[in-house]
Design a protein around this ligand. Structure first.
Ligand SMILES: Cc1cc2nc3c(=O)[nH]c(=O)nc-3n(C[C@H](O)[C@H](O)[C@H](O)COP(=O)(O)O)c2cc1C
Length: 224
């Protein structure tokens, strides 16, 4: 028999998805071991090409290690600000874009590009499907954390190759995400970048096409 979810269960899932946030401001209280285990377990239930499960999760609690990663962030963030000028650069500088040192846990999520070699079912043509699979695991983790009341912030203002010597990551393994994890000071009701006037969420009718690129879906044609 096919599993059917109750209306309350369905509503809960959509609420989790819509209330998930990228969190950069954390409280310092620790995350219980069993809570972290459930969150990582959710990540490990993600789909993966050919059931490759290419992911690993390095759990980082050491303050000195976090400080090294924070220093790497500072370097890349200084380079990134050069993309903007004037008021936009000022706004960029005012954004908090990481919570590396204050989060009780950092997670380095990796993708082992050689796992299940020599051939992974489904990966013959699109070889990056292992990286896509790892991103699916990260999204599972992000949503599971949200139901646990735990915040997750993805820090991509890093040269991930710089993480290799810090964590001893082999050459065939790619760092895919560096995540800050902890109890948030708040879960905002909307993306922080939207609240701060940096970017806005696109309306649904701009992202869905029918049959061909650019063709609006039937239900929105002629609409406002
Ligand atoms: C792949 C990826 C990389 C990201 N990197 C950063 C980052 O380096 N710093 C940051 O503050 N937010 C980062 N974010 C968070 C996005 O800014 C955030 O998801 C987006 O603004 C929507 O907000 P929400 O996640 O709260 O809904 C990243 C998100 C993704 C998916």
């Amino acid at each position: 028999m096919v599993d059917v979810f109750s209306p309350a269960e369905r509503a809960a899932l959509y609420r989790v998805i819509e209330s998930r946030r990228d969190v950069r401001a954390f409280r310092t209280d620790p995350i219980a071991t069993d809570t972290l285990a459930r969150i990582l377990g959710a990540a490990h239930h993600a789909p993966s090409v050919g059931l490759m499960q290419p992911w690993n999760f390095i759990v980082i609690r050491d303050a000195a290690t976090k400080a090294r990663v924070k220093a790497l962030f500072e370097v890349q963030n200084e380079l990134a600000v050069a993309n903007y000028a004037g008021a936009r650069a000022d706004l960029y500088r005012s954004l908090k874009l990481e919570g590396i040192e204050e989060a009780p846990i950092n997670l380095c999520v990796t993708c082992d590009r050689t796992r299940s070699s020599p051939h992974v079912l489904g990966r013959h043509t699109v070889t990056d499907t292992d990286v896509y699979s790892t991103c699916c695991a990260i999204q599972n983790l992000w949503l599971a954390a949200r139901v646990e009341g735990v915040g997750v912030g993805w820090v991509s203002i890093l040269d991930y190759d710089d993480l290799r010597p810090i964590f001893g990551i082999p050459e065939t393994v790619w760092p895919v995400a560096y995540l800050c994890v902890g109890y948030p000071r708040a879960f905002l009701g909307e993306p922080e970048l939207q609240r701060r006037g940096w970017a806005t969420q696109l309306p649904m009718n701009q992202i869905i096409f029918e049959d061909r690129w650019g063709n609006p879906p039937i239900e929105t044609r002629g609409g406002p």
